[in-house]
Design a binder for this molecule. Structure first.
Ligand code: AMP
Ligand code: MN
Ligand code: MN
Ligand code: MN
Length: 279
């Protein structure tokens, strides 16, 4: 049987977390870009899914219920994407509630630290920019750029929002094993997000992926937004080596900035696409 080729984008953000478009607009934009299958994967929240689902029905595009969970494993920050999850699954809901509280507490701590560095009311402004959604470092970044503290995202993260900088506050997010269980036991597939973005050595990355696999993780993002051709090839190698399904996604956040919805390189050969099961 000839494999069906579709345009899948299984990683993106809306105003439910740090994207700038409301969920319905993310879906219409994806449809306009000829995406056939879209997963909305907001940071630690499923709040955008109902709106996205309605818009997907109107636009004749397949919506996969998703989330991007913040996790910590052996002191390292990782992002685990959950695909085809059941957003109503109780343990997942409880995990989301816990992460929301952690995000609020962290944001307040970041605000205190930034105030000491001379930037008052950063928490209030980040909170305002986040609206009803989860507050993230991206909202602090937008505020700090707004007040002229930095010129762009790269600049503001480097100078304020990473370890050793005034606005950084370390958090232990959800344990990786728990996050994988919330996803898997709800009926979904756990995927390691953007493996090339953690600035880990090859041996650490191998360890992380092996630990992920051992804990029941099933997939890895091979083609993603910021990857170079070499990153795609290396990620494909990890997928083959660890026997993981391949995912792909733009990690779209904002028109003009970041990568556009559906604009992705072709998946390398010799790996099985995670979305095959949803065709
Ligand atoms: P948080 O989950 O609150 O720590 O925020 C993480 C988000 O910040 C990521 O999902 C990105 O959207 C954004 N981010 C992290 N580093 C950078 C960077 N160097 N430039 C632009 N955005 C970044
Ligand atoms: Mn983000
Ligand atoms: Mn991420
Ligand atoms: Mn993301």
């Amino acid at each position: 049987m000839k494999p069906v080729t579709i345009s899948a984008d299984l990683h993106c953000h809306s105003t439910a977390s740090d994207g700038t478009l409301p969920p319905a607009k993310v879906v219409t934009r994806a449809a306009a870009n000829s995406v056939d299958m879209l997963a909305l994967t907001d940071h630690d929240t499923t709040a955008g899914l109902d709106e996205a689902y309605l818009s997907a029905q109107e636009n004749n595009i397949r919506l996969i219920a998703g989330i991007e969970l913040s996790v910590t494993w052996q002191g390292k920050l990782l992002h685990i994407v959950g695909l085809d999850i059941d957003p109503e699954y109780r343990p997942l809901r409880q995990g989301i509630r816990m992460l929301k509280e952690m995000r609020e507490e962290r944001a307040q701590e970041m605000g205190k630290r930034l105030a000491r560095a001379g930037y008052s009311n950063a928490y209030e402004n980040a909170r305002r920019l986040a609206g009803n959604g989860n507050v993230t470092r991206t909202h602090f970044a937008r505020h700090l750029i707004e007040v002229g503290a930095a010129k762009d995202f790269t600049d503001v993260f480097k100078r304020f929002l990473v370890r050793g900088k005034p606005g950084y506050y370390r958090v232990d997010w959800a344990p990786m094993e728990d996050a994988i269980n919330w996803i898997t036991d709800s009926g979904g597939v756990a995927v390691v997000a953007h493996p090339m973005r953690y600035k880990l050595t090859a041996s650490w990355l191998n360890r992380v992926i092996a630990g992920f696999r051992e804990a029941g993780g099933k997939g890895i993002e091979v083609v993603c937004g910021h990857n170079s051709a070499d990153d795609n090839a290396r990620s494909a190698m990890f997928a083959r080596k660890h026997g993981l399904l391949a995912s792909q996604g733009s990690d779209f956040h904002e028109p003009g900035k970041w990568v556009e919805l559906g604009k992705l390189a072709t998946l390398p050969d010799g790996i099985e696409p995670v979305w095959q099961q949803w065709l």
